[in-house]
Write a protein that binds this ligand. Sequence first.
Ligand code: PLP
Length: 426
Amino acid sequence: MRNDELLALDRAHVWHPYGPMPGRTDPLVVASASGVRLRLAEPAEGRDELIDGMSSWWSAIHGYNHPVLNEAVKGQLDRMSHVMFGGLTHEPAVRLAARLVEITPEPLRHVFLSDSGSVAVEVAVKMCLQHWRSVGRPGKQRLLTWRGGYHGDTWQPMSVCDPQGGMHELWSGVLQRQVFVDAPPVAYEESYAELLRTEIARHADELAAVIVEPVVQGAGGMRFHDPAYLKVLREACDEHDVLLVFDEIATGFGRTGTLFAADQAGVSPDVMCVGKALTGGYLSMAATLCTSKVADGISQGEVPVLAHGPTFMGNPLASAVALASIDLLLSRDWAVDVKRIEAGLREGLAPVAGLPGVKDVRVCGAIGVVQLDHAIDMAAATRAAVGAGVWLRPFRDLIYTMPPYVTGDEDLARICAGVHAAAAAG
Ligand SMILES: *Cc1c(COP(=O)(O)O)cnc(C)c1O
């Protein structure tokens, strides 16, 4: 299909994330992707290839078209691409679940496989509410979270996304009203820890769970915080009979420098969600893990089952590539790569701090963020990055990058140059 035909059809018929209908801007057409490069169907700003600074929204940690991951999908394809999970099971899903239990913090023991991060959060919330209902405390139905979070776009996750200036402000009168505390400060402050303790204690009778993104808040504002707050949450939740949910959909699989962000605090949640990088960016899959305490509670109830069962639950192709991605990650010195990228981002982004209109430059693990003092001109910033040969997707006042772990030093320097160009233009 010719590029202009394709774009006309795209504009007329296809929704894009957070997009209007019909579309108002032309997306770039990607013809193929390999390693850390996206190959465009038609050159843009003089570039027919872009270095990917986004890992396709945190997911493509090994880069694109990876021979090991390709092989995992092809091998599974020849056996079966899908069978229903009700009444049937299969080796890829069982091995994946066991592997997830093995690599996530103790005592997470049981795994619910679903098809996207938002659904994994829905399942986490359902588990928590049902746990309390089943053990005779049906009044515990609300969630507590801190501001600045993002947990997905379906209904329950939207209710715990940042209620102000976030992507879901439109629905503030419609969504379930959860308990919000201020966003966590970057550094540890005892007064904020005290606020967390007080609010959890005050709402304990109505709280099913506290849900947070540990260490890094992603799409809600790309903010970082001291892992010590996770310990405070754990202790307060234990003291007041509240479950603790970690949404590690963005932070999981090494992105912050430890395999899971929870590892930085040595804290285990009762429920944990993973997604995004789970399949190395190949297929849509997420998982919700819980402890035996949560599962046993549900099993004692009047309805002793978890009433959730996505059609494509445990999809064998996704399971097979997730297993291969985890094995590939653990077989490499991934932590060294993340450290190397962290150092490269610190060095490469430092000069951006001197640009007019730049409020903050921050780096955590393989995540680099430039925050402006104004809303970004998305079109101008994107054009500038593309002109520098880099794919970035800024939002609000933020230009950020989380490159694939396999990004080499030269490409990393180019990504930093792309961020610099975007910040200067936006
Ligand atoms: C992306 C994300 C989600 C939602 O995942 P989807 O697969 O997009 O539904 C939930 N929580 C966090 C922290 C995320 O980054």
